[in-house]
Design a protein around this ligand. Structure first.
Ligand SMILES: NC(=O)C1=CN([C@@H]2O[C@H](COP(=O)(O)OP(=O)(O)OC[C@H]3O[C@@H](n4cnc5c(N)ncnc54)[C@H](OP(=O)(O)O)[C@@H]3O)[C@@H](O)[C@H]2O)C=CC1
Ligand SMILES: CC(=O)[C@@H](O)[C@H](O)COP(=O)(O)O
Ligand SMILES: [Mn+2]
Length: 390
């Protein structure tokens, strides 16, 4: 029986994870759940899964959750410090990192520091702090299993002896597939009028709002190139991106001898998450089986950097090195939120991300404290830029 801490349990990754756990009560026990603002859902999940601890990271949602769980005997804690403590509990075998954004960074580092098995969906923490997280994972013996569908696909193709963080042997390059998002075929001239409602309507995946907007700008693919750079220890030049609108091939490994291995499946996060939860062993989930005859055709095209500049911004950030990716990531979190709140237009997301990335000094990455302070500073500067534009 594996004891799990499911962070971001109230979100989309939380939903997919808990749907698999529901199927395997003999294999998994939920030790802890975390949520931020959605008190009602967190209470409901806690009463269903009966964890020992529930952590509410938002101060304003805490009283409601505490009250809702008083009679249950479940311990309710509050804040990110408390979250890091529960991740560190000796009984925890696996941590599912399903928090969105840089807010997940300290708990990812806490899991790595505690030498836990980390099932990683929260890509932003690796984008910002990969230079610190990866060596610390090696030092502490923490096993990282990527849940992000592309990275999980690469991980599956690399085989069971591969350890995340190693440079894969015999590999010339990897290719990350991208759906292209909802605007792949839309003319650039129409981008200025794109609404948040249109942007979150992803054609293939059912995900949270932030990652859905990232998919629409192709920043998601940019963040994934940076994530792959750290997880697979590969240079940016060996990480290709190909638009594949059907989202059936989740990514590919191009071996030195010309062989290409790919992982295929219906676009359902339960597939990569169940591979992670099973620690490489196949366990059942609720996903459908792929029927290629009904899919019919698989298409591939090159990414369009002119229409979607965010992908290239991410490549620039890797080439700059140091704190560049953390700057880009923080700016993007703020611009995406402003777009979702109707404060800026769709085209201003890449424009402002570019402006922030290319106006701040880039430093060597030294500590988590430095990255947290930088994150705070970039958010303030990006907010100022948004204010000036309005
Ligand atoms: N959804 C997907 O299919 C995929 C997601 N990912 C990655 O997984 C992560 C989660 O994405 P997704 O599940 O879609 O996002 P959601 O928006 O659906 O869920 C986000 C979760 O994080 C919690 N949360 C939000 N803000 C904070 C905060 N400041 N501190 C602590 N917790 C917070 C939310 O709590 P609450 O709702 O209670 O406020 C919720 O539990 C992202 O990094 C994303 O890029 C990667 C691949 C696929
Ligand atoms: C499910 C998943 O891993 C997402 O990151 C997905 O890849 C988003 O789709 P895009 O390819 O459109 O970014
Ligand atoms: Mn992905």
């Amino acid at each position: 029986m594996k004891q799990l801490a499911v962070l971001g349990a109230t979100g989309s990754i939380g939903d997919s994870t808990l749907a698999i756990i529901r199927k395997h009560p003999e294999k998994f026990k939920v030790f802890a759940l975390s949520g931020h603002n959605n008190a009602t859902k967190l209470i409901r999940l806690a009463l269903e899964f009966r964890p020992a601890v529930v952590c509410v990271t938002s101060e304003s949602a805490y009283p409601e959750v505490q009250q809702g769980l008083t009679a249950s005997g479940i311990e309710v804690t509050m804040g990110h410090e408390a979250l890091n403590q529960l991740v560190n509990e000796s009984v925890v075998d696996m941590v599912v990192a399903g928090i969105v954004g840089n807010a997940g960074m300290s708990s990812v580092m806490a899991a790595v520091d505690a030498g836990k098995t980390l099932l990683l969906a929260n890509k932003e923490s690796i984008v910002s702090a990969g230079e610190l997280v990866m060596p610390r994972a090696r030092e502490k013996g923490a096993r990282i299993i990527p849940l992000d569908s592309e990275h999980n696909a690469i991980y599956q193709c690399l085989g069971t002896s591969y350890q995340v963080g190693e440079r894969p042997v015999g590999v010339a390059s990897i290719t990350l597939t991208a759906s292209g998002g909802p605007f792949w075929e839309k003319p650039l001239a129409e981008f200025a009028s794109i609404t948040p409602e249109q942007a979150v309507a992803h054609p293939r995946w059912d995900m949270g709002a932030k990652i859905s907007v990232d998919s629409a700008t192709l920043m998601n693919k940019g963040l994934e190139v940076i994530e792959a750079h750290w997880l697979f220890n590969m240079p940016e030049t060996e990480i290709g991106v190909m638009v594949h609108p059907q989202s059936i091939i989740h990514s590919m490994v191009n071996y030195l001898d010309g062989s290409v291995l790919a992982q295929l499946g219906d676009p359902d996060m339960q597939i990569p998450i169940s591979f992670g939860l099973g620690l490489g062993q196949r366990i059942t989930n609720n996903a459908s089986f792929l029927d290629l005859l009904s899919v019919g055709q698989l298409q591939f095209t090159a990414a369009d950097d002119h229409k979607f500049p965010c992908l290239d911004l991410a490549r620039q950030a890797i080439r700059h090195g140091g704190t560049a990716a953390a700057i880009l990531n923080a700016a993007n979190e703020v611009t995406v939120k402003a777009f979702l709140n109707h404060q800026i237009g769709f085209l201003q997301i890449p424009e402002m991300n570019d402006k922030i990335l290319n106006s701040l000094p880039i430093e060597a990455v030294e500590s988590m404290a430095q990255l947290s302070e930088l994150d705070r500073r970039v958010r303030v500067l990006t907010q100022q830029l948004i204010k000036q534009a309005n």
